[in-house]
Ligand binder design. Sequence first.
Ligand code: PBG
Length: 315
Amino acid sequence: MYPLFVYDDALEPGIALNPSIASMPGCNRLTVEGVVREAGEALDVGVHQFVCFPKTPDVLKTRLGEESANPNGLAQRCIRALKEAYGDAVYVYTDVALDPYSTDGHDGIVDDARGVVMNDETVAMLCAQAVSQAEAGCDCVAPSDMMDGRVGAIRGALDAAGFHHVGIMSYCAKYASAFYGPFRDALDSAPASANGVVRAVPRDKRTYQMDPANAREALRELRLDEAEGADVVMVKPGMPYLDVIRMLRENTALPVAAYHVSGEYAMLKAAANQGWIDEKAVVLEALTCFKRAGADIILTYYAKEAATWLRDMQT
Ligand code: PBG
């Protein structure tokens, strides 16, 4: 599965001058048309699954993140464009979380007085976001926010709106990891990055993402997500968490996805660009190891490149 970053060229025309992401060489922020083009190239080498992450300009960020559920928001337009261009040839996932839309840079809504992320208020907003993405035509929503009870609530909201056929890929075991740094650079979405530092806001996501030292909590998250109706369960980050992938694989009949995250990509690219590793060999080995650990689906910024290498090896 190929994750793509999308920006709004009407609202942020400056990005066109420098769409690259310093910490993710080879990945660019793309316009909606750019996403459609990139997806077309990926389709040509056999990648059919995509997930789009919108970069929201500061002017559209709010404390509650209402832009997340705008039927004409960037994510929703991107879903529609992919489906209009390729129909059922593409399987489109979405990101359900508030961080791209939040002045506080959090996946949930921060309580003004106490400076904590509020679970249930957030879940209500996530349900509205997921329904708007389903209306735009996505195949599967993917909540990455880690609020408690959100999978069941989103399932209920989708069903009530007539979207029984839209799946849920849950970020099931998502750890509070420092490997997400380059992703937050790409979207300018780090905690407290845009709020002018007027309010008290948690500096990290440790109250809702998981403790990297805790393996068994992944099993508890798995049981909850299965009971709430998840269709796919994900582990994130990837390579440092292969033990968790294996544990989920052995404890569920659901497909297990693994996210080879931005910091992992950055490390491989940096070493490759220095000539210190054989990029193609190392990346294909890394992806093979995800499969060995039990991943059925791999989200990787290398998707198009790796698929191209694999195709060339077969011909
Ligand atoms: C946020 C989100 C993050 C990623 C995907 N969705 C960052 C975070 O939790 O802070 C990270 C992906 C990556 O690092 O490649 N909802």
